[in-house]
Design a protein around this ligand. Sequence first.
Ligand SMILES: *Cc1c(COP(=O)(O)O)cnc(C)c1O
Length: 408
Amino acid sequence: MIRKNPHYSKLQASYLFANIAERVGKFQQENPDREIIKLGIGDVTLPLPPSIVQAFHDAVDDMATSAGFHGYGPEKGYPFLREAIAQAEFISRGTSITADDIFVSDGAKCDTGNFQELFAQNIQVAVPDPVYPVYVDTNVMAGRTGQWNDGRYEGLRYLEGNETNGYVPLPAADLKADLVYLCFPNNPTGVTATKEQLKVWVDWALENRSLILFDAAYVSFIRDENLPQTIFEIPGAEKCAVEFRSFSKNAGFTGTRCAYTIISDKCVIWDESGEEIPLKPLWSRRHTTKFNGVSYPVQKAAEAVFSPEGKKEVRELTDYYLENARLIKKGMEALGYSCIGGGNSPYIWVSGGMPSWDAFDLLLNKAGVVITPGEGFGKCGSGYFRISAFNDREKVNEAMERIALALK
Ligand SMILES: *Cc1c(COP(=O)(O)O)cnc(C)c1O
């Protein structure tokens, strides 16, 4: 008898975005003439920039010739892309990361979700709250938690973000965890972590022989020069952290699919007999067994992100969304709401003054604007909502006008 993985029964039936889609669908059915503006889900709206599209096209043309045809590529990614990434993002910032430490993949969602496979079943996992749900659900599926109980999974350790700690939870003196997920600039709160704050985490991980999984999907939105651009700028991080990056949010690759994971040779974990072992070969084994590479045209398109023209275009894309974020934040603050995020991230986290699904329904019904209820990201998100800056400028302006009318 084929039987179900029992851990799947613990998952919360209605995933956040499914619940939103259901409410939006119902509203649209009842108000067929009302145009809805979506500032909810974190998907980009601007098209791929010209020089990146050109590289994409050229690579497709290569595929039509005997000389330029590419079959299976190297599972870790083509050296041309890994070297471009290493140079532009890591060597230039003085870190010890090289092209050999980079694994190209089809998404940071998959990588952050799959990475937990490398670890023992009975490790202690800690996640922030609020949190990107992928980190939590993939550990639930793997059986590392107990049941869902009062808004949380038993057995998981939650690192609470709140107004007191500015949504940057730091390890308490007695924190015991083997694996910690961190994400800066953060989804959903939009906050960033300083070098000093990341150093506290790195020092803690080194002392406790723990591993940090650092999700830097939004790093290209950082404008403040004092903020770290990679966790590997923190001394010792190469020994205790893995970083995840993506072309989705900076270069508009959400539908094109390309991302990468960075693991230094110096990064170690411990085996069942307490022996120290390097982590990189484990991910290499997993990646090359279960993944067959990102397509050649997509990797050529990704490489173009690092050309002088590509860099300029990607900067313009992220500047555009950051200006949206500024307008949203300004608009909400003018209405008397306290907000964080924005400046170095495409998300604004708003203190709503009411339960977050009530705020969701209010904004949908009165303004025709879709936002994301904070509760969907964890218990600490209750009473808050996230507004995404991923939309066209006119839509953002109109949304803010409608919200102002609705909330006045
Ligand atoms: C969008 C996002 C990603 C990127 O996912 P891809 O699979 O590369 O598109 C990763 N982490 C977070 C927190 C995100 O919001």
